[in-house]
Write a protein that binds this ligand. Structure first.
Ligand SMILES: C[S@@+](CC[C@H](N)C(=O)[O-])C[C@H]1O[C@@H](n2cnc3c(N)ncnc32)[C@H](O)[C@@H]1O
Length: 388
């Protein structure tokens, strides 16, 4: 039982870490190109290595800092980890000891340590990973502080919609409580809810708590959170991805990415799309993850066939969406950077399609005579035809 729990946990940890690790590597590659220091701040770092040997976010980042895939980025990434629990902190210190030259571990709460961290990193580029159990750290006010700092800033936040829903229900049920202490707590929680979603979403959750489906309520909460963060902070792009348990398909929480530039948005969407493919593979029992035997060769070939078919469908969907984007943006007979067009594609498909599929679709659009591409890098130009 315990071991199957660990295996399952390992599987959804893997998905989270695939997103954090691959994105951080790209972040360092892109934003480290001027040779300036780049910071990774793990606000809820955990112990670095789990009992079963799985590497946590802090260790993944430390290894990347010590040995980046691009040698020219050597020595640029510095990791700052914050951990509140003393035993966990001790383990974190041990796990990251070989990387002391590029890691600073701080014991305490993220909330308390944030001013010190902001001072330390000054106006350098920084990626914040906020991964709490619960909702502490995900508040809109925290994201406002991060968004307002000087220097390029991005954040990846765990959003625990189940806890947010619980806060909403508890505060609503106790605002009229006969006991004053309960009413006081309810008022406090109601203020917290405002830090975690928009008013409309909170009201909808209350109205539909008995009849609405869990997934609809989740959608409203996360949309409300993302919209409020974009409205109240200087982050202009937001993308949320649901982390589920591949053994059961059960929802765990969301990872939400906030940034200010289209490149962060599109590259994160691409990594989330790849994580989704991993999730789908795990869900279908591939790789014998949950004690099952790996699929037989013939099944695997059929899967490959299905994967190809799915890709062709996605490419076709994107191709069909592009004319609507061009018309909506009034891009006929104009030129824009590829990053702007990719940003629009991600607005339509979020994390459901990969960069590989976007480019394939754009090549198809080119063959249809709707546009021409000067290249496939973010900064390359796209010229649109006068008539589509
Ligand atoms: C979900 S775990 C972190 C997992 C880690 N990010 C990973 O992916 O490997 C959350 C951690 O935050 C710590 N924690 C709880 N409250 C905290 C706070 N206010 N500030 C910093 N750390 C806190 C917990 O002790 C726990 O180790």
């Amino acid at each position: 039982m315990a071991s199957s729990f660990h295996k399952e946990r390992k599987a959804w940890f893997q998905i989270k870490h695939q997103i954090v690790g691959t994105y951080l590597s790209l972040f360092l590659g892109k934003l480290g190109k001027f040779g300036d220091r780049v910071y990774y701040v793990d606000g809820f770092a955990g112990q670095g290595r789990l009992e079963d040997g799985t590497e946590g976010s802090a260790l993944i980042a430390a290894k990347l800092a010590a040995e980046p895939p691009q040698k020219s980025r050597q020595g640029l990434l510095h990791c700052i980890n914050v951990e509140a629990d003393s035993e966990t902190f001790e383990n974190l210190t041990k796990a990251t000891a070989p990387y002391n030259h590029c890691v600073t571990n701080l014991q305490g709460t993220f909330q308390d340590k944030l001013p010190e961290i902001l001072k330390l990193i000054g106006s350098q580029t920084a990626f914040f990973f906020i991964d709490p159990f619960g909702t502490q750290g995900a508040e809109i006010s925290t994201l406002k502080t991060l968004g307002n700092r000087q220097g390029k800033t991005e954040a990846l936040v765990r959003y625990d919609d189940t806890r947010v829903k619980r806060l909403i229900m508890w505060s609503a049920n106790n605002l009229d409580n006969l006991e004053e202490k309960h009413r006081k707590v309810a008022v406090g929680l109601s203020a917290r809810v405002k830090q975690l979603t928009d008013e409309e979403a909170a009201e909808q959750v209350l109205r539909e708590s008995l009849l609405g489906s869990d997934s609809e309520m989740r959608d409203r909460l996360i949309e409300g959170y993302e919209a409020e963060v974009k409205r109240q902070t200087s982050f202009t792009f937001g993308l949320n991805y649901p982390i589920r348990n591949p053994a059961t398909g059960g929802h765990r929480y969301y990872l939400v990415h906030f940034c200010k530039f289209a490149d962060g948005y599109t590259h994160m969407a691409n990594f989330m799309a790849k994580a989704e493919r991993t999730y789908q593979k795990l869900l279908s029992g591939d790789a014998g993850l949950f004690g099952g035997t790996p699929k037989q060769q013939t099944f695997f070939q059929i899967d490959e066939q299905l994967a190809k078919q799915a890709e062709a469908e996605k490419v076709s969907d994107i191709t069909m969406e592009v004319p609507a984007i061009i018309l909506h943006k009034r891009w006929e007979n104009k030129s824009v950077q590829l990053r702007d067009l990719l940003g629009e594609i991600v607005n339509s498909f979020k994390w459901r399609t990969t960069r590989h599929e976007w480019i394939k679709a754009l090549r198809q659009c080119e063959a249809n005579g709707w546009l021409s591409l000067s290249g496939t890098e973010d900064g390359d130009m796209v010229h649109f035809a006068e008539k589509i």
